[in-house]
Design a protein around this ligand. Structure first.
Ligand code: KG4
Ligand code: ZN
Length: 362
């Protein structure tokens, strides 16, 4: 059994956890999982403010680590490795997390393992459900949208991503457009329940193009245009807002379910002999009940078994970093302790649209 301390501070959660497990068997136990979110600090701005996030991480990282060790009733001497997120993420938070991990390692002699935040999400279904390699993964959060074939630690093939906004980002922006508050996802979902998803004809971006890439910025603009039109005609009623939320959610679901079907077909091309396999869905948007139901139905038709890790392990946390660190440590993949705001998870080359001015984003 290996015991790992995981430290996460790449966005707006300051988190530390202790996980004990066996990488070969693909099973682990979470001994503690401490998460301090910064929701209150950023709420007034309608999004994460990097400077505020970095200060809050610096303030709380040592507390998170102390609580994680205390709750797990282990001392640093019992820990085999310290895993820390080195990217992708906001530079201030990454630097704070790495400095904290380096200090702990220097004082204790426990080795460090660098973890890609996205790999933390991607390997979580092994920690929670013991999912066997290889499996298909859909990561849908406020910052990312990725279809991955996951074969092992450090072995990920990206078969689709967003060419602009992430789905959670689109939910948040739509909520902002309609004055519903932040974070937008849960509010849009709650209001959509009262609405008619077919009243407004909203686009299904990129569904007319082959492949698994997705796009949400045009959909968000379409919502804005409908809103502007309603406002110009005298204002929006609660019914209008509900219909618009329902239409937006239905379009997002149609795109993600449609592209998931293609991702499943691609997985089958790579592994034609595997009869039943896992389809894991993680990230904050995986909380959306309508999306979940759509993906469950599709998976049933395509002979994939859905795995939705529990929500507190889908959103950012230290246990996922500890687990990914545990698998990497067992495989001898220590990585380099360099903060990388951009840190592609996959080794396969990317073409044009996936690459920003300063290189690959994810
Ligand atoms: O994974 P996450 O906690 O943070 C990162 O992005 O790393 O995801 C947060 C995102 C937010 O954009 C939030 O609006 C979205 O997940 N979200 C939802 C729901 N709950 C959270 N989106 C749609 N429906 C939901 N129920
Ligand atoms: Zn995340």
């Amino acid at each position: 059994m290996t015991t790992v301390l995981g430290i996460e501070s790449s966005c707006d959660e300051t988190a530390a956890a202790i996980v004990r497990g066996d990488a070969t068997a693909g099973c682990g136990e979470i001994l503690s999982n401490i998460v301090f979110d910064q929701m209150d600090l950023h709420a007034a701005y309608g999004g994460v403010v990097p400077e505020i996030a970095a200060r809050a991480h610096a303030e709380k990282l040592d507390v998170a680590v102390a609580q994680a060790l205390g709750k797990a009733a282990v001392s640093l001497r019992d820990v085999d490795a310290i895993a820390v997120t080195t990217g992708p993420g906001l530079i201030g938070g990454l630097v704070a997390g790495i400095a904290c991990a380096q200090g702990l390692s220097l004082g204790s002699g426990v080795p460090l393992v660098a973890v890609n935040h996205l790999e933390g999400h991607a390997l979580t279904p092994r920690l929670t459900d013991g999912l066997a390699y290889p499996y298909l993964m859909l990561l849908v959060s406020g910052g990312h949208c990725l279809f991955l074939i996951v074969r092992g630690p450090g072995q990920h093939e990206r078969i689709g991503t967003t060419i602009d906004d992430a789905p959670g980002e689109a939910f948040d922006k739509v909520a902002k457009l309609l004055d519903l508050g932040f974070p937008g996802g849960p509010r849009v979902e709650a209001i959509a329940k009262e609405g008619d998803p077919e009243r407004f004809a909203l686009p299904r971006p990129l569904m007319d193009r082959p492949g698994c890439d997705v796009s949400f910025s045009g959909l968000k603009t379409a919502v804005r245009l409908v809103r502007d039109d309603l406002v110009a005609k005298g204002g929006m009623t609660d019914g209008d807002i509900a219909d618009l939320c329902a239409g937006f959610q239905a379009a997002t679901r149609a795109v993600l379910v449609g592209k998931s079907k293609r991702a499943m077909a691609q997985f089958r091309e790579v592994f034609p002999d595997i009869e039943r396999t896992g389809f894991a869905i993680a990230g904050g948007v995986a909380a959306n009940g309508s999306l979940r139901a759509g993906l469950e139905t599709l998976a049933g038709q395509e002979r994939f078994e859905t795995v939705f890790p529990p929500l507190n392990l889908c959103t950012d946390n230290g246990a996922m970093i500890a687990w990914a660190g545990l698998e990497r440590f067992a495989a001898g993949l220590h990585g380099d302790l360099v903060p990388k705001p951009r840190f592609p998870i996959a080794s396969n080359p990317m073409h044009g649209v996936w690459t920003g001015k300063r290189g690959a984003k994810v």
